[in-house]
Design a binder for this molecule. Structure first.
Ligand code: HEM
Length: 555
């Protein structure tokens, strides 16, 4: 009985975030009171008419409260909750269509709109000056609590006390320990070796011309990189596309994206016993966590026994976990095993799918625009093979050379504008007081997010936002000119909570794309479903769907 009671109380808590039920009931009571004084004096047909009228009014009030934001947010344009749920869950519109059809009409005269989400009604900020305020004023816009979704699949992998979710001193503790790991130079050699490992496999298994799903390929590559660079673990995912750990991880992440549980986490938290298949996926999450736990314990033990501050190994080639434990051993802070597990879980989840979707999108744009591909290859060859004759063998770029890839960098940045991997901030903020954002009053306790996709596609911000044009990121061009007027390009967020893995991901992308440009030329097959634009999922991580590319080996 106590369990049923606590479950119902929690369900009420959850539902109460979206709907102000108490005022619905109060209003209903008032109507019934008014009506009964009239009804008691009237005949039967009048009583029925009044009963129906009150019923209709109650239903309308209920609809109004579910479909529209609370009154305190009604001065901001909004998307009807039924419309957004239908388009997201039932019609599964891709992110680009959601943005074009539902958000852009509202942004003609506004820098923000309101939408209902799993944590409740949320203001989506889509203009550079307002985004800047959200990013920089951490005390007005701390991260909202993730308590409502703890215990769900993804949150079992990353916990709720980690570098991504915590605020204030707790967050500083995590970030301080992780910073040295991300501020050394990046493991460029490891990125290059991974590219070579991929080429060896493709040379062995594919003819000189072949077609492949690059999304799937890059997932295997980035999984391998994050396993080795993150915590010195080999997932074996390049050599073996059916590797057990890849299967386990994919099953858990696909389970996390299941719209039923994504939008109704209550089902998973309190009614898991009703879903046997879901229970099996939870068992896999446990298996994955056990593996990570063992890796951490082993590494902690090993480093405690062997650590000296004089160390011959180059920091750039050490894994992130080792560097974090070394920071602890130097006395720069301490995390419990559970907190370390959560942070490694975050690096893993945040650092692998994001980079693979970015690489997939960039590869797609290079296929769609052969002229951009030719320019990028020319630049890579000029820097890596300065002689008269291009040696037709793999040449792995050095750290210094990756910084000279100016045009390749423009391509990567424009790809992240057009198809940034993260659609809106993973963790919405919650206002701590009434604030004015781009001249709009946002009351205390309002959920606020920066919609990165809408900001990057807002025609009030970018010229011809739907045109893929890497030259807007050339020196002194459009992006540079906008830099003074707020934050218009924010695929990695910005301010104090900017993505800690930005340089890691950019380094990985530069090396893999440079190696790929030398080894292959590529194009979109004639029957590509992406001829008119990249088709993606509508989850918050924007997965390009089934991107087949035709490759021709150059050597
Ligand atoms: C294309 C690749 C990537 C993109 C687009 C990206 C994007 C983002 C965004 C938008 C945030 C802010 C989330 C929020 O505030 O809710 C973020 C935070 C974060 N990212 Fe990334 N990310 C990428 C790669 C990586 C990599 C490779 C790692 C680690 C290996 C990583 C680790 C993190 C962490 C730990 C945070 C939280 C930082 C904090 O709050 O202090 N990300 N990322």
């Amino acid at each position: 009985m106590a369990i049923v009671q606590s479950t119902l109380t929690r369900y009420y808590d959850y539902a109460a975030q979206a709907i102000d039920w108490q005022s619905v009931f109060n209003w209903y009571e008032r109507q019934v009171e008014k009506a009964t004084s009239t009804v008691s004096k009237s005949n039967k047909s009048t009583r029925i008419t009044i009963g129906v009228a009150v019923g209709v009014a109650v239903l309308y009030s209920l609809y109004d409260r579910i479909a529209h934001p609370p009154r305190r947010l009604r001065h901001i344009p909004h998307i009807n909750a039924f419309t957004s749920n239908r388009r997201f869950i039932i019609d599964k519109w891709p992110t680009a269509k959601i943005s074009r059809e539902l958000a852009m009409p509202l942004l003609k005269d506004s820098s923000m709109y309101v939408r209902n989400e799993k944590l409740g009604w949320t203001v989506h900020v889509c203009a550079p000056d307002a985004a800047k305020q959200v990013f920089l004023k951490l005390e007005d816009f701390p991260k909202a609590s993730q308590r409502a979704v703890s215990g769900t699949l993804l949150y079992r992998l990353i916990g709720v006390s980690n570098i991504l979710f915590e605020n204030g001193d707790e967050w500083i503790k995590h970030r301080k320990l992780a910073n040295p790991a991300f501020h050394r130079s990046m493991p460029i050699q490891l990125f290059g070796e991974t590219a070579q490992q991929l080429f060896t496999l493709l040379d062995r298994t594919e003819p000189d011309d072949f077609t492949v799903d690059v999304g799937e390929l890059f997932e295997r590559v980035t999984l391998s990189v994050i396993g080795r660079a993150g915590f010195g673990f080999d997932f074996g995912s390049i050599e073996n596309k059916d590797s057990r750990w890849k299967y386990v991880y994919d099953t858990v992440m696909n389970g996390h994206r299941d719209p039923l549980f994504f939008f109704f986490p209550i089902l998973e938290k309190h009614f898991l016993w009703m879903f046997p298949k879901r229970q099996q996926i939870h068992a896999m999450a446990t298996e994955f966590l056990d593996m990570l736990q063992q890796v951490i314990e082993h590494k902690r033990r090993y480093l405690r026994e062997t650590y000296t501050s004089i160390d011959s190994m180059d920091d750039a080639e050490k894994d992130l976990l080792t560097l974090m434990i070394e920071s602890e051993l130097r006395g720069e802070g301490i995390l419990t095993n559970q907190e370390l597990l959560n942070d490694i879980g975050i690096f893993f989840v945040a650092g692998h799918d994001t980079t693979s979707t970015a690489l997939t999108a960039c590869c797609y744009y290079l296929a769609k625009y052969p002229e951009f591909q030719r320019r990028a290859r020319e630049e890579v060859n000029r820097i890596l093979c300065p002689g008269d004759v291009e040696p037709l063998v793999d040449i792995l770029p050095t750290n210094k050379q990756t910084k000279e890839f100016v045009y390749l960098n423009q391509l990567i940045r424009e790809t992240l504008r057009m198809n940034g991997s993260v659609v809106s901030l993973v963790t919405p903020r919650k206002t701590t007081k009434d604030v004015e954002l781009a001249n709009v009053l946002i009351p205390k306790d309002t959920l606020v997010n920066v919609n990165i996709y809408d900001l990057h596609h807002n025609p009030n911000v970018w010229d011809d936002p739907e045109v893929f044009n890497p030259d807007r990121f050339a020196a002194d061009a459009e992006a540079d000119q906008k830099a003074g007027g707020g934050m218009s390009w924010v695929p990695f967020s910005n301010g104090g909570r900017i993505c800690i893995g930005q340089n890691f991901s950019l380094g990985e992308q530069r090396v893999l794309l440079a190696c790929l440009l030398r080894k292959y030329e590529w194009e979109l097959p004639d029957d590509s479903i992406h001829k008119d634009g990249l088709v993606t999922s509508n989850s918050n991580l924007m997965f390009p769907q089934n991107v087949k590319i035709r490759f021709h080996k150059r050597y």
